[in-house]
Each structure stands twice: as C-alpha cells, then as structure tokens.
Design a protein around this ligand. Structure first.
Ligand code: PLP
Length: 377
C-alpha cells in the first residue's frame, strides 16, 4: 500500500535545529531562555509591534490564563462557539464556570452574531451576564469580526480570540491573533507552524503579559524564598521547543502560501461537481491561511456520501480525511450546557469533511489525491 497521506503533518523549515543546538550549547534546557524571548519577538513583529506575546506550553494553557486574566471564576458563565475543538471550551470548566454554547453561521462556519446576541440577552435576563466570549477562526477562516466586535462592545463583554488555527489569516487586513481583547495561538504538531507542543497568549499591554507570565511560572512572589499569594501554573514554553518555533517563524509566510494553494487545488478539482462545495472566503475582507481545506456535500444523503468517501479514502487509498469538528453542545461532557442557535453547526458536522492540507504535500501525493477523488466522486 502507498504511504499514508495525513491531514496535516509537521513541516520543518530547516533552521529549527540551529536554534535548538543553541539551547544545548548554552545549556538553556529550561522553560525560559533566549529562544523563548526571541520566539516571542518574532511573533510580535509578525502580528503587530503594539501587542505583547507570552509563549506558553499550549494553546489550551493560553486559553486557561486568558479566562483567569479576565476574572472568570466559579459559577460564572462564558459564551463559547459550539463548533470548535474541545480545547476552546475545556478551560471554562477548569475554572468551575459554565460554558454557554452558540451556533455557527454558514459563511465562515464561526460564531453566528445573531445567536450570540440572543444568548447574551437571554443570559442577562436569566440573571447572569456572561464574563467573556470565546470566538474561534475555524480552519483559519476569520470569524465575522465587525459583527462580533460590535455586539461585544454593546454589552461590554470581552472577546477571547481563539486563533489557534488562524496564524497568518487576516480580516480587513488586520491579523488574526490581534482581534480579541485577549488572543491565543497554538503551536501543536498539526498546526500551521509547530513547536511540537506550545502556544501563546497575546495581550494589548505589557502589564497583562507580565501577569500571564507570573501565573505561568507558579506565581512566585518577589522574595528570596518560595512565597505565594496566588495559585500558580507551570505553563511556560520550553526553551528547546521555542527554538523550533524560531525556525518555524522564518517560513510562516511560505506555509500560508502553500496551504492556500492546497485550497485552490481542491477548488479546481471539484469545480464541476454540483454536489461538492469547497470552503471559500466569503468576501475580500476575509483572508484565510486555509490551515485545513474542507468540503461539504450539498443535497440529499450528504452524511452517507461523506462517510462513504471518508472511509474509502482511508481504506483503499490510505488518505486521511476527517469530519468537521463535532459541536460542543452535542458532546456528552457538555450535555447540560445551555445552547443558542439553530442547527447550522450540526448540519456542517454531518456534511463536511476536512481534506489533506499539509504544506508539505508533494506533487506525487497531490496527484494520488486527485486520482482518488476522481475515482470516488
Ligand atoms: C489546537 C487548538 C486549540 C488548543 O491548542 P493546543 O496547543 O493543542 O493546546 C484550541 N483551540 C482550537 C480551535 C484549536 O484548534
């Protein structure tokens, strides 16, 4: 059988080992050091000189700290996009707060502004104003930033921008990762760039970044002994991992271009296919890194057709694809959480499929993919 074609696999640029070697040479084998600082600077200069970056051990850790910095506490409510990876929602539970899930809209597959406003109004009426809104740019596609921002401002609720999948994407030219009151990034192994595992918190002020770093390093007070007046976490990024990140930042723009080419490849491939729609940018305001390309089946029996395709690709061609994220309000762990919206995310989950989207797909792999699809659909 042919070798496996993955959905999204790590893609080193070539200079990562130089930075990792520096860490060894200088014996900075620790969750701090020159690579951590340099990695933060590189992210900052890519995103916006006016923001602040704290490199952390994961995107999940960054979300946890973001909610803490916004004052989320036990029994609070936090609004969260339902269609997302569970890591967007789990940190709400870590704090003993309740997630309130909101449906997606059909153009970006992200948080529906109408359902968001309905949720806020209803929660306020029921006695609790949500403490934060966790909005996600799924698969790299920016959410409807203008609409979400104006609702957030109207009700004075901060946005936690989950930009784990959207480094390199922009909305009206503004970079994803700078659109939230607080934002997070992920450098997990399958993301557009990786540190093997890692993440970052993006804040607007140095003060907030310093507070995040303080909490991420066990919240040690300024004293010669170990003195603590806050609960701390061990969430800082390793200097070895940060070295990988420094190398990866040098090729980020290439990676975005390569993933965007994959999306064009699929758009061409299914151009004459009435039943299959490849996910597209709704307007020129949206620039996606197309971390993952995805398609939906339109019309009857979409779920059955999607499953047949997915299983055949795997079993006959050794090509990995995956259904879209299963909405959180349908997950057993969140069965009791409130939900607002219709069934847009549910339908997307039933009819959508993520396609092999690595920036390291070879010409040969792309032609294998093309041939497989031509034989199957
Ligand atoms: C990957 C991801 C995260 C979590 O990032 P980790 O670094 O894996 O902890 C959070 N949200 C979304 C949408 C993600 O895709």
């Amino acid at each position: 059988m042919n070798s496996k074609i993955w959905l999204s696999s790590p893609h080193m640029g070539g200079t990562e080992q130089k930075y990792v070697q520096n860490a060894f040479d200088e014996n900075w084998i620790a969750p701090l050091g020159p690579n951590v600082t340099l990695f933060e600077e590189k992210i900052q200069s890519f995103l916006d000189q006016d923001i602040q970056v704290a490199a952390l051990s994961s995107g999940t850790a960054a979300l946890h700290l973001a909610l803490i910095l916004l004052g989320v506490d036990r029994d609070d409510e936090v609004i969260c996009q339902s269609m997302t990876f569970s890591a967007s929602a789990n940190p709400i539970k870590y704090l003993g707060a309740t997630p309130v899930f909101v449906d997606s809209e059909e153009t970006t597959w992200n948080m529906d502004p109408n359902a968001l406003e309905e949720a806020i109004k209803d929660r306020i009426q029921k006695g609790k104003k949500p403490k934060a809104i966790v909005a996600v740019h799924l698969y790299g596609m920016p959410y409807q930033h203008d609409a979400l921002r104006s609702i957030a401002n109207k009700y004075e609720i901060p946005i936690v921008e989950d930009s784990a999948e959207a480094l390199g994407s922009t909305f009206k030219g503004q970079k994803c990762g700078t659109l939230g009151d607080i934002s997070i990034l992920s450098f997990n192994g399958n993301k557009i760039i990786t540190t093997s595992g890692g993440g970052a918190l993006v804040t607007k002020t140095k003060q907030l970044k310093d507070k995040a770093v303080f909490l991420a390093t066990q919240a040690r007070d300024n004293a010669p002994h170990y003195q603590h007046s806050h609960v701390g976490y061990n969430y800082r990024l390793s200097n070895v991992s940060a070295g990988i990140g420094c190398g990866q930042m040098e090729v980020l723009s290439d990676r975005v271009n390569q993933r965007r080419k994959n999306q064009e490849f699929y758009t061409d491939l299914f151009q004459d296919h009435a039943e299959i729609k490849v996910m597209q940018e709704p307007t020129k305001d949206y620039y996606s890194n197309f971390w993952l390309s995805a398609l939906t089946f339109e019309g009857d029996k979409a779920y059955e057709k999607r499953e047949t395709l997915r299983i055949s690709l795997n079993d006959k061609y050794n090509i990995e694809t995956r259904p879209l994220w299963k909405p959180m309000h349908l997950q057993p762990i969140f069965a009791d959480a409130p939900y607002y919206g219709a069934n847009v995310s549910e339908e997307l989950f039933n009819k959508g499929l993520c396609l092999p989207s690595g920036s390291n797909l070879t010409e040969e792999e792309l032609s294998r993919i093309k041939q497989a699809f031509q034989e199957l659909v």
